[in-house]
Ligand binder design. Structure first.
Ligand SMILES: *Cc1c(COP(=O)(O)O)cnc(C)c1O
Length: 388
């Protein structure tokens, strides 16, 4: 008996990525965005664990205008895989990567003059231009030109930005900022938007005209229509979650979670009451039990902090994890199920379990969807079929 590659991928633990659902989400979100604003799909971090190239291809096919990545190498990989859309690198890059930006036509975020002038020097030396989006720091305090309160300081910062934009070798195309609390603090978010619009006005007063100004990521686009400006940056929402912690609760959008992580039961063991389970003996069976062994562990992206504090779905029933999650295996209680056998499929992460995993491990959904490791093959579902 020989197995094909897809069967091999689905023999242990794998992540199913439903590209039809991704397409549905793109279309749903496009309708939320102001019609004259551009649609940017964020594909950084392997598209939040969903597979960067496949997701970028789907974005392109569904009419997205822009793709964003976090590093120049991610952008270069998309180009090698034939993605034709403009690619914006959101993270400020090491200027040593200027040759890659030129080679692969990566648009680069720039948040300080020195960084931009190094890019400019390289681009000029090879007779090319690097497109840039100027990053304004309005309160995230990560990267960007800090936008001050006093008129004198504003004028000085604006002059520096003007000097940057007019450097040979650079072509300034956009300006943007990033919100720190788009999900809760309305006053601070409005203050950030106000600062950004102020910066835009001051810069335009100096004769700079940016083709695209953008401010809002997923939750910002949903909560603040006035922050759409010329472009919305869609990250987490693309992958099916309308909020960073509770998922789709309270949202009327009907987004579809794109990722499901599945694992094929390795063994089902009958063990007597009083037996302790896994490293550290942190769980003692209270009754004679059936224990399923799942071939997924923290090295696959099931956070060890969920030990004794998470459940997986087997035969559509929630089955608590017993004891510590190991590097490669995890045990679950299947005592109450009928006829569970090796080879049955457990759902470890889906649209319900991902928010639960985030909550129980004290983090956000972003971190959970990014967690399936390279050992977990991505199986793509498209037009109803499955493929690698
Ligand atoms: C990651 C990132 C985004 C996307 O954020 P989501 O909350 O996932 O939508 C947008 N803009 C910037 C600058 C980012 O770093």
């Amino acid at each position: 008996m020989s197995m094909n590659d897809l069967e091999i991928a689905m023999s242990r633990t794998w992540a199913e990525i439903n590209l039809d659902d991704l397409a549905h989400n793109i279309q749903t979100l496009r309708a939320v965005l102001r019609p004259d604003a551009k649609f940017l799909g964020v594909c950084k971090a392997d598209a939040y664990g969903h597979g960067m190239t496949e997701c970028a291809k789907k974005l392109a096919a569904c009419g997205a205008d822009y793709i964003a990545v976090a590093s120049v190498t991610e952008g270069a990989e998309l180009r090698k895989n034939g993605i034709p859309l403009p690619i914006l690198c959101l993270g400020q890059a090491n200027p040593q990567l200027a040759p890659l930006m030129c080679e692969h036509d990566i648009t680069q975020a720039v948040g300080d003059f020195e960084n931009g002038s190094e890019l400019s020097s390289y681009a000029q030396s090879v007779g090319k231009k690097i497109k840039i989006h100027v990053k304004i720091d309005t309160g995230m305090s990560r990267t960007g030109f800090y936008w001050p309160d006093s008129d004198d300081e504003k004028a000085a910062t604006a002059q520096t930005i003007k000097k940057l934009c007019e450097l040979g070798g650079l072509e300034y195309e956009g300006m943007f900022t990033h919100f720190a609390v788009a999900d809760d603090d309305e006053n601070f978010t409005r203050l950030q938007l106000k600062k950004f619009l102020d910066a835009k006005e001051v810069l335009e007063g100096l004769g700079l005209s940016f083709k695209v100004a953008h401010a809002a990521a997923s939750v910002g686009v949903l909560n603040y229509p006035e922050a759409h400006l010329n472009m919305g940056r869609f990250g987490l929402v693309l992958y099916g979650y309308a909020s960073t912690d509770t998922g789709n609760e309270g949202s009327t959008l009907g987004l579809k979670p794109v990722m499901t992580v599945k694992s094929k039961i390795t063994a089902v063991r009958r063990l007597p009451a009083g037996t302790t389970i896994s490293y550290g003996r942190t769980y003692t069976l209270k009754r004679d039990s059936l224990v399923a062994v799942l071939p997924i562990g923290y090295a696959d992206g099931l956070p060890r902090v969920l030990s004794n504090n998470f459940s997986v779905k087997i035969h559509d029933t929630l089955c608590p994890i017993l004891g510590r999650i190991c590097m490669d295996m995890t045990m679950a209680d299947v005592t109450d199920l009928q006829d569970v056998k090796p080879g049955d499929v457990a759902t470890v992460f889906d649209g319900d379990l991902i928010p639960l995993a985030a909550k129980n491990s004290g983090t956000i959904i972003h971190e959970i969807v990014c967690s399936p490791s390279p050992r977990v093959p991505r199986v793509f579902i498209e037009n109803g079929g499955k493929r690698l």
